[in-house]
Design a protein around this ligand. Sequence first.
Ligand code: ZN
Length: 194
Amino acid sequence: MGGITLEDMTAAGALLEGHFKLSSGRHSSRYLQCALYLADPTRAEAAGRQLAARLKNAAAQLVVAPALGGVIIGHEVARALEDVPFFFTERADGVMKLRRGFRIEPGCRVLVVEDVVTTGGSTREVMDVVAREGGVVVGVGAMVNRSGQENPFAPLPFTALLTVDVPNYEPETCPLCASGVPLTKPGSRPDKKS
Ligand code: ZN
């Protein structure tokens, strides 16, 4: 299935250039704002359909994604899988949790969906929540893989619609910090200092 290209992201205004603080805490000169890509419901639906097609063999019974980034794409993947519900996790007091009455049946086959995988940290937190609730993670899907690894979740099946190789840095060794470029935390106003 086709996937998404950087040109598609650029056309959607979703490829931002500058100096960004990623959710992992690392810095990068490029940021993919998936929310802008997903702002078009037709594009969101198509992306969900592609991910669902690639992960159909996992025979998932439930899709779980982390709020807020994973909610739209996770929902669209569940829709495309047909008769598969969609839950989301959210952070409360810094801890990833299932709230709002979402319950996972023991042994339920769960597909975890993300917008962007960078370190895979938040995805692993969702996987831990699923395991803690008695579910079984059977695969991971993402819109964008910027982890630098083909499959950061091996041996689980993993697929991403777009793989990008964008360098990112620890703040201490970030060349953009060194040259004094103002840092932006995507989705918010620029940070004064970080
Ligand atoms: Zn920096």
